[in-house]
Design a protein. Structure first.
Length: 227
C-alpha cells in the first residue's frame, strides 16, 4: 500500500467571480522512503499538491489517502494532530520565530503535542547537533545565516520523527554552497530515518539530487519519472 495516494484529485479556488483550477484530476502514488520533487512553473499547482498531502488544505473532489486513510474523513482536530505527529514542514522563508532562539524553535512541535519541557529540550538539542548547529542552540534567528536558519528549520521539521517531510522551495533563498549542504542533509535523513521527502521546487540544484521528478503544468501531471 502506498504511503500517499491521490485519485482524480481536483482543487479549485474562488477568487471573487473567478474560479482558479489549481489541480485537475491528479492521480499519484508515493511510497514510504521516497525522495520526490514536485516541480513546474509558478501557478502549476505544486504548492497546492503539497498542501493537500500535508492536510493543510482539502481537495474539492477526488480522494487523498495518507497511509490508507482518507484525509477528508479526518476532523479538523484529527488533521491538526496528523500534521503535528506525522508531517514535518520546511518553508522557503524558514518561518522561525524571531523571539525564540534555535533550540526553542526546534522544541516547538514537541511542546505543541504535549511533551515535557525538559524532554523536548533534550530532543531539540540532539537534533541541532545532527544538523551541525549545536554551538548555535542559544542564538536568535537573525544572528544566523540563511543556510543556518534553514538547518534549524529542518531540525524543527524532523524533531518529531515524522514519516513525511514536505518542503516548499527549501533552497530558493540560499547560495549554491548552502543549498548543496541542505540537499545533502535532507538526503542523509531520508536514508538514515526512512522519512519520505516531498519538495515543491524549481531549483535545478535540488532536481539533480532527487530520486523522482513529478512535473506539473496547469494542474496536470505531465511527467513522472525517476530522477
Amino acid at each position: 500500500m502506498p504511503l500517499i495516494e491521490l485519485e482524480k484529485v481536483h482543487k479549485k479556488y474562488h477568487l471573487g467571480e473567478t474560479t482558479v483550477h489549481a489541480l485537475r484530476g491528479v492521480d499519484l502514488k508515493i511510497g514510504a522512503g521516497e525522495f520526490v520533487a514536485v516541480w513546474g512553473p509558478s501557478g502549476s499547482g505544486k504548492s497546492t499538491l503539497c498542501n493537500l498531502i500535508g492536510t493543510v488544505d482539502t481537495a474539492s473532489s477526488g480522494c487523498v489517502r495518507i497511509n490508507g486513510r482518507d484525509a477528508l474523513s479526518l476532523s479538523d482536530d484529527e488533521r491538526s494532530d496528523h500534521r503535528n505527529r506525522s508531517v514535518g514542514f520546511v518553508f522557503q522563508r524558514f518561518n522561525l520565530l524571531a523571539v525564540l532562539n534555535a533550540v526553542e524553535n526546534v522544541m516547538l512541535p514537541l511542546q505543541v503535542r504535549g511533551d515535557a519541557t525538559a524532554a523536548a529540550r533534550r530532543a531539540a538539542l540532539a537534533m541541532l547537533e545532527e544538523v551541525g548547529l549545536a554551538e548555535y542552540a542559544h542564538t536568535l534567528p537573525d544572528k544566523l545565516s540563511g543556510g543556518q536558519q534553514q538547518r534549524v528549520a529542518i531540525a524543527r521539521a524532523l524533531v518529531t520523527e515524522p514519516p513525511i517531510v514536505i518542503a516548499d522551495e527549501p533552497t530558493a533563498n540560499l547560495d549554491t554552497d548552502s543549498a548543496t549542504r541542505i540537499v545533502e542533509l535532507m538526503r542523509r535523513f531520508n536514508h538514515t530515518r526512512g522519512a519520505t521527502f516531498i519538495f515543491s521546487t524549481h531549483d535545478q540544484r535540488l532536481l539533480d539530487k532527487v530520486g523522482r521528478r513529478i512535473h506539473l503544468q496547469d494542474g496536470h501531471v505531465i511527467e513522472d519519472r525517476a530522477g
